[in-house]
Design a protein around this ligand. Structure first.
Ligand code: SF4
Length: 379
C-alpha cells in the first residue's frame, strides 16, 4: 500500500513536469481551474483535462511585485507561478469569483499575462434567491459554449452525462476510502489522504478511479491498528492544499485525523451530481446544494451544524480549523463558528496559518488544545 500512496504523493507534488510530459504524449489540452466550484465535468466532456491550481509554497514570488502583501498564499502562489512561466503549458484558465481576492487577481493576471485563453465564471453568493439557479445555468452554459469553441468539439448531453458518471464514481470511491479511514484511522497519515485527493485534481478521473480502487482493495485487507490517540476532525484551508508539515505536526503531538472538512479532502468530493435529471441542471443543483461555505449564503446550510454533525458521526474528540492568513472569507466566520461549536459542546481550536510551516507558536497552541482533550486512553 505504501508504494501506491507514494504514487499519489508524487503526482500531487511533482505535478508540472508530469503534466507537460503527459500533454506531449497525448496531444490533449489542459485547463487550469481556480478552486473552487468550477464544474469540471463540462471540461472533461470536451475532451480536455481540468486541473486545479493549488498554488505554491514559495515565500518570495514574482507576484509580490504586482500585488499587495496582504493577499492569501493561494492566490499569490498561483499568480507567481504564472508570472514565472510555469503555467505556460496550460491551454486556458478558468476563474470563478467566489471571493474578493480572486475577483481582484483575475484582472491583474490577464493584464500581465495577456493573450491566453481566460474565462471568468461570475457566480452568485445568495443560494436562496428565486433567480439563483437560472442565473447559474446561464453562466454554466456560457462556459460550455466557450469550451466547445476552444476544444473544437460539441459537448453533447450524452458526453456530459458520461463525465458526470465518471466524476460521481470518483466521489463514491473517495467516500468509501474515508469510511475505511474512520474505521481504521491510523492506517493513513493525514498527508496521505490530502495527496490522494490532490492527485485526483491533477489527472483524468478515469485514471484516478483505477488507482483508488487499487488502494481500497489493499486498505480493506489491512489489519486494524489500535490508536489511543486524540481523534480530530480537521477543517479549513478553504480552497487550498493543506500544509503537509502541519498535518504531520498534529500526528506528532498525539492526534489522529479521522475525517476532514478540507477543500483538498471531503469538501471536494462530498456531493454527488444527480444523474437522473438534465446534466447541466444537475450541475447547478450540485453547486447550490453543496457543502456549506463562507463564500455562499445558504439559509439551509449552516457550517457549524454541518461540522458539529461531522464530529458526532465520526465520534471525534474535537475539531481543528485552519484558516489561511489573509483569507477574509474564512476568518470572518471564525467567531461565529467558534461560538456555535462551543455552545453545541464541540471542543474546537481555530488557528491561522500562512504556509510558513509548522511554527513554534502553532505547536504550542495545538499541544495545549490536545492536552485539554486528553488521549482516548486518558493519556
Ligand atoms: S477564499 Fe480565502 S484562501 Fe481562497 S482565494 Fe479567497 S482569500 Fe484566498
Amino acid at each position: 500500500m505504501d508504494k501506491l500512496l507514494n504514487k499519489f504523493a508524487s503526482i500531487a507534488v511533482n505535478l508540472y513536469p508530469r503534466l507537460i510530459q503527459w500533454k506531449k504524449e497525448t496531444g490533449k489540452k489542459i485547463i487550469g481551474c481556480f478552486p473552487m466550484y468550477i464544474p469540471e465535468e463540462i471540461i472533461h466532456a470536451s475532451g480536455m483535462l481540468p486541473i486545479t491550481l493549488l498554488g505554491s509554497d514559495d515565500e518570495l514570488t514574482l507576484a509580490d511585485q504586482y500585488v499587495h502583501p496582504y493577499i492569501c498564499q493561494l492566490v499569490r502562489g498561483n499568480f507567481g507561478l504564472s508570472l514565472k512561466g510555469e503555467l505556460d503549458f496550460l491551454d486556458g484558465i478558468i476563474f470563478s469569483d467566489f471571493c474578493l481576492t480572486v475577483q481582484m487577481i483575475s484582472d491583474i493576471w490577464i493584464y500581465h499575462k495577456p493573450g491566453g485563453f481566460y474565462h471568468q465564471l461570475i457566480l452568485p453568493k445568495n443560494m436562496s434567491a428565486s433567480h439563483t439557479k437560472r442565473y447559474i445555468l446561464q453562466q454554466f452554459n456560457g462556459l460550455k459554449k466557450t469550451l466547445e469553441k476552444l476544444s473544437g468539439r460539441d459537448i453533447s448531453e450524452s458526453s456530459l452525462k458520461k463525465s458526470i458518471s465518471i466524476y460521481n464514481e470518483n466521489r463514491k470511491l473517495l467516500h468509501r476510502l474515508y469510511q475505511v479511514r474512520r474505521a481504521n484511522p491510523c492506517l493513513f497519515r493525514a498527508r496521505d489522504m490530502a495527496t490522494v485527493v490532490a492527485a485526483g485534481m491533477l489527472m483524468f478521473k478515469e485514471e484516478h478511479n483505477m488507482l483508488l480502487s487499487e488502494l481500497l482493495y489493499h486498505a480493506s485487507k489491512a489489519i486494524p491498528l489500535s490508536d489511543g490517540k486524540v481523534r480530530l476532525i480537521l477543517s479549513g484551508y478553504l480552497c487550498d492544499m493543506p500544509e503537509l508539515d502541519v498535518l504531520d505536526l498534529l500526528e506528532e503531538l498525539g492526534a489522529v485525523v479521522i475525517d476532514d472538512d478540507l477543500y483538498v479532502g471531503r469538501r471536494y468530493f462530498h456531493t454527488l451530481t444527480d444523474e437522473s435529471i438534465n446534466p447541466m441542471e444537475a450541475l447547478v443543483e450540485r453547486f447550490v446544494e453543496d457543502v456549506p461555505c463562507p463564500t455562499k449564503l445558504n439559509q439551509k446550510r449552516d457550517w457549524a451544524d454541518y461540522l458539529s454533525d461531522l464530529v458526532k458521526e465520526a465520534k471525534a474528540d474535537g475539531l481543528v480549523s485552519v484558516a489561511l492568513k489573509y483569507c477574509e472569507a474564512h476568518q470572518y466566520d471564525f467567531p461565529v463558528l467558534d461560538t456555535s461549536l462551543s455552545q453545541g459542546g464541540v471542543p474546537n481550536l481555530m488557528i491561522e496559518s500562512s504556509h510558513r510551516g509548522a511554527t513554534g507558536q502553532l505547536r504550542t497552541r495545538i499541544q495545549a488544545f490536545l492536552e485539554t482533550l486528553g488521549g482516548r486512553d486518558g493519556n
